[in-house]
Each structure stands twice: as structure tokens, then as C-alpha cells.
Design a protein around this ligand. Structure first.
Ligand SMILES: [Zn+2]
Length: 209
């Protein structure tokens, strides 16, 4: 067989090939619904239990554990309830944290919203609206603080001028180091937050055995 045919065939049957190669490859490449959720920022870990059940998919949090009831094969529904919950936790944790740092810096903002975004940790508009990414929960606390100081400094400087960075340095002298670390730690944010699941839960469990 000509080499180009082999490549075409491999591409066409990629998933099948990967599966035939064994479970390890699938596990490392596939994005599957999480079994645990680890908020590094607050040192909170939640086990996630999936319960196959009729009816609308819903999430219950109890005693540091999450239970999801519904169709465990409905990846979009699973993603929706998990993401909604992460945003809720983000709001609970990040809003008071932002208020504390704002107070420390002697600044006031007008409005804050918590979202899940692929590319930005936060933003601050000229209308003094601050937007924070709930994925911050998956970073160490000093990097969350780094992002909060950054966005709050934008209340005074709506750009990344030298004045802006001087403003940041007043509250975070080693901001350069943390800026680099932030790029590294971004890789630790679980992929399921922003990417669709490749594999359903049963399929993933089957690959485990
Ligand atoms: Zn900025």
C-alpha cells in the first residue's frame, strides 16, 4: 500500500486505531467526565459520582462530594451541570477574594462576573466591570491573587503601560515570576472545563478494565 493511502486510512479510522492500540493511549488522549475535582486555590477536593437515572441531569453537592443524576452518556448535559457548578463555586470563592484585595489596594469596582473562558483569566472594562475565569480555582492561591491584582490595577490603568506594571509591583513585587508561572500552571487546568468530552463515561470506564 502506498504511504499516502496508509495515512489517509489511519486518519479515517483514527479512533478505532487508537482504541486497538490499547487503553493507555485512549486514557491519555481522551477527555472524560472527571472522577474528582481538585480546587488547588482552596485545597478542596470533591469526588464525583455518576448515577444513571431517568429524567433531567442534575448535580447535588453534599459533604464534599458531588453526585450527578441523569443520563451518564449525555456528555453535553454532564458538561453543563459540571460547568454550572464550577462557576457557582467560582463566584463563592472569587468574589469575596476580589473584595479583600480591592480593599487592600484601596480600589472599588462596579460589577464582577464569573465565567468559564478558554483564553483569559480575567478582564476589566473602562466601565469598571471585572470579569474572572472560574478556572482560577485550579491555580495555586498566589497566582489567583496575581490575577486579581492585575485586573484591579486596570481600574487605574486601562493598558499595559509601564505605569500599569509599576502599579502592579506596589502590591506584588515579584509579579514577573508569577506571570511566567501562570503560563505554566495554565496547563494544569482540566481540559473538561473548556473542551467537549471525547468519550462517554461508560466507554471511559470500560477502557480502564
Ligand atoms: Zn491586563
Amino acid at each position: 500500500m502506498a504511504k499516502r493511502h496508509i495515512n489517509t486510512m489511519l486518519n479515517e479510522h483514527k479512533l478505532w486505531v487508537v482504541k486497538q492500540l490499547g487503553s493507555i493511549d485512549v486514557q491519555h488522549q481522551a477527555i472524560i467526565p472527571p472522577q474528582t475535582i481538585d480546587f488547588i486555590a482552596t485545597h478542596q477536593t470533591y469526588d464525583v459520582i455518576y448515577q444513571q437515572q431517568e429524567g433531567r441531569t442534575r448535580l447535588k453537592e453534599q459533604n464534599g462530594r458531588i453526585e450527578i443524576f441523569g443520563d451518564t452518556q449525555d456528555k453535553e448535559a454532564l458538561r453543563y451541570v459540571l460547568n454550572t457548578w464550577v462557576k457557582k463555586k467560582g463566584k463563592e470563592v472569587l468574589v469575596p477574594w476580589l473584595d479583600d484585595v480591592a480593599q487592600e489596594m484601596g480600589l472599588t469596582y462596579k460589577q464582577v462576573s464569573i465565567r468559564l473562558q478558554k483564553k483569559r483569566w480575567g478582564s476589566c472594562s473602562t466601565k469598571r466591570h471585572i470579569n474572572l475565569n472560574a478556572a482560577l480555582l485550579f491555580l495555586p492561591d498566589y497566582l489567583v491573587r496575581h490575577v486579581l491584582i492585575h485586573e484591579l490595577t486596570h481600574l487605574t490603568h486601562h493598558n499595559h503601560s509601564s505605569h500599569f506594571w509599576q502599579g502592579v509591583a506596589l502590591f506584588e513585587p515579584d509579579f514577573q515570576k508569577n506571570r511566567q508561572l501562570l503560563k505554566q500552571y495554565a496547563k494544569d487546568v482540566p481540559l473538561w472545563l473548556t473542551q467537549p468530552f471525547d468519550v462517554g463515561l461508560d466507554e471511559a470506564v470500560r477502557e480502564d478494565t
